[in-house]
Ligand binder design. Structure first.
Ligand code: C2E
Ligand code: MG
Ligand code: MG
Ligand code: MG
Length: 287
């Protein structure tokens, strides 16, 4: 009996393996055609000014509207996209779409004192792309958006492979007026050296630290110290993953400039973002 159960089990595992290989093959095939089939979407999540809750920025986040599987999150396909060498094209598309969307809002609404920009995530692969600087320039020119309205988010882990080469690339990008944010701060191979070497303007404190509010004195002190640290360096501090009022209050109290999280809004399609944030913001500007 035991033997039988054992063989059933291995059968089960190989079925499962076969299933997942099959799924991967299908996903791979679909991913290769997703861009031309226009299946990617850019969702936007608000960043609000900690002081008054007004709109202070927005982050572009990719989604994949799969024809059969429905809406897929980046965690389920970006890894594969990277393996397949599709990341640069995808990120370029996101940047293009996000810039055009913001410029469209700027022209359709009387946002004369619209100071914020759109943040776009940059993958490690893009930083290896020789064409990045030129394609960035082209995208910005084409969109008509001032370079100062564009922020690129990078994680610390992308900086460690070839720090000096990447530092000069990022300096060139910053020289164009584009602002740079260090994303998921505190989770990667954090090094104080990074902040000396790279022209970073914004520090985004990872939500794993923000969730420390109410979780004990050590967690709270750590979060407070991170905020103070970033402020001391003259950086704009963003707290990621704000899910409740206690977290928002804590981050405001300790000097975060911008707050981002489900407490304010989930990432939503452009049309929803427009009615929930842009139209309201425009109305307050007119007054
Ligand atoms: P990220 O850049 O750190 O983006 C923040 C992630 O946290 C987003 O997940 C967002 O939906 C989620 N989030 C925001 N507020 C909350 C909250 O209050 N609670 C919780 N639990 N989560 C919150 P998402 O959209 O699934 O993206 C995951 C990651 O995928 C991003 O992390 C980013 O690293 C990457 N990513 C997303 N879009 C792109 C893209 O266009 N290009 C590249 N290269 N990477 C992207
Ligand atoms: Mg990000
Ligand atoms: Mg992040
Ligand atoms: Mg993250």
């Amino acid at each position: 009996r035991a033997k039988q159960a054992g063989s059933n089990q291995s059968h089960f595992y190989s079925d499962q393996l076969h299933q997942s290989l099959l799924e991967r093959a299908i996903l791979e095939r679909d991913l290769r055609s997703a861009l031309v089939n226009n299946e990617f979407r850019v969702y936007f999540q608000a960043m609000v000014n900690a002081k008054d809750g007004s709109l202070g920025g927005l982050e572009a986040l990719i989604r994949w509207e799969h024809p059969r599987m429905g809406l897929l999150f980046p965690g389920s396909f970006l890894g594969l996209a990277e393996e397949l060498g599709l990341m640069c094209e995808i990120d370029q598309w996101v940047l293009h779409t996000a810039c055009h969307q913001l410029q469209d809002w700027r022209t359709r609404y009387p946002l004369t004192d619209l100071k914020f920009g759109v943040s776009v995530n940059l993958s490690a692969m893009q930083l290896q792309d020789e064409d990045l600087l030129d394609s960035l320039k082209r995208t910005i020119d084409l969109s008509g958006l001032p370079a100062g309205c564009i922020e690129l988010e990078i994680t610390e882990n992308v900086l460690i492979s070839n720090p000096h080469k990447i530092a000069s690339l990022l300096s060139a990008i910053a020289g164009m007026g584009v602002r740079l944010a260090l994303d998921d701060f505190g989770t990667g191979f954090s090094s104080f050296e990074h902040l000396k070497l790279f022209p970073v303007h914004i520090l985004k404190i990872d939500r794993s630290f923000v969730s420390g509010v109410g979780q004990g004195e050590t967690s709270e002190r750590l979060l407070a110290a991170m905020i103070h640290f970033a402020r001391t360096l003259g950086l704009t501090v963003v707290a990621e993953g704000i899910e409740n009022a206690a977290q928002a209050d804590f981050c405001l109290l300790h000097g975060c400039h911008l707050l981002q999280g489900y407490y304010y809004s989930r990432p939503v399609p452009a049309s929803d973002f427009e009615s929930a944030f842009i139209a309201k913001f425009a109305a307050t500007c007119v007054n």
